[in-house]
Design a protein around this ligand. Structure first.
Ligand SMILES: Cc1ncc(CN)c(N)n1
Length: 234
């Protein structure tokens, strides 16, 4: 593969079905998210280390809230099959992403007690409480749509940076973070989640509910963009 990454060519699943339509219909906000200066900072390796460490701490706290929302997805599931799918996503966050994240933080000298004692940032509070609100008051489809930018966005960032000839690999302290989100384990989690969103969309009348779903998706995308700013010093 040469040149810049393109979803249509390099990961067509992200452009298809309900997930693809939502991503396409908020493309301006989506590109603000996946092309944020944070992403450029990790690609070039120029981000300040202290800023990145602060982001990692906030992201640990965020993932815990995200896992709670996935637990509510299990609760909201109306069939045993749906429950199993939701439980798989929950286990993917707890056993794959959070485990990877804790191990990764350790490599940066951040141990679990420090993670647990950290204070939640305003950006984290806004984003996670928005998700938890949709989890409490919406149905399975509202919740899956709200959870989707988180799942898909980092995988797209990982894939884009993996493919980009401008990404610095040698000596880049952030290359391992890029590799984590561009890696097979996280990619498989995302593919399951996207397929599930498309199935639930068909079963729960996404067509008729589309304007509301697009608002939920776009709000989550905007909150993702703001969340990158937790990468700051001090
Ligand atoms: C804020 C945020 N968004 C997305 C991801 C990737 N699941 C994450 N770890 N953190």
């Amino acid at each position: 593969m040469t040149g810049e990454w393109q979803a249509e060519r390099d990961w067509p699943l992200l452009t298809q079905g309900l997930a693809g339509r939502l991503r396409q219909d908020c493309m301006k906000q989506w590109l603000d998210f996946v092309g944020h200066p944070f992403v450029e900072g990790v690609a070039s390796g120029t981000m300040e280390v202290e800023a990145f460490r602060n982001f990692l701490i906030q992201d640990y706290l965020y993932l815990i809230q995200y896992a709670r929302a996935c637990a509510l997805l299990v609760h909201k599931s109306d069939t045993l099959t749906a429950m199993r799918h939701a439980a798989q996503l929950l286990s993917g966050i707890l056993d794959t992403e959070l485990s990877m994240h804790v191990g990764y933080c350790r490599q940066w000298g951040i141990e679990e007690p420090a993670l647990e004692q950290a204070e939640e940032s305003i950006e984290l509070l806004a984003y996670s409480r928005f998700i938890l609100d949709r989890a409490q008051t919406g149905d399975m489809l509202d919740l899956l749509v709200t959870l989707a930018p988180c799942l898909i966005g980092y995988a797209e960032v990982g894939a884009r940076l993996h493919a980009s000839p401008r990404t610095v690999r040698e000596g880049n302290p952030y290359w391992s973070w890029i590799a984590l989100y561009g890696g097979d384990e996280y990619t498989a989690l995302v593919e399951d989640g996207v397929c599930r969103l498309n199935e639930v969309g068909a079963a729960y009348g996404a067509q008729a509910r589309y304007p509301t779903l697009l608002r939920e998706f776009t709000t989550a995308v905007r909150l993702e963009t703001v969340f990158w700013t937790t990468a700051r010093s001090g």
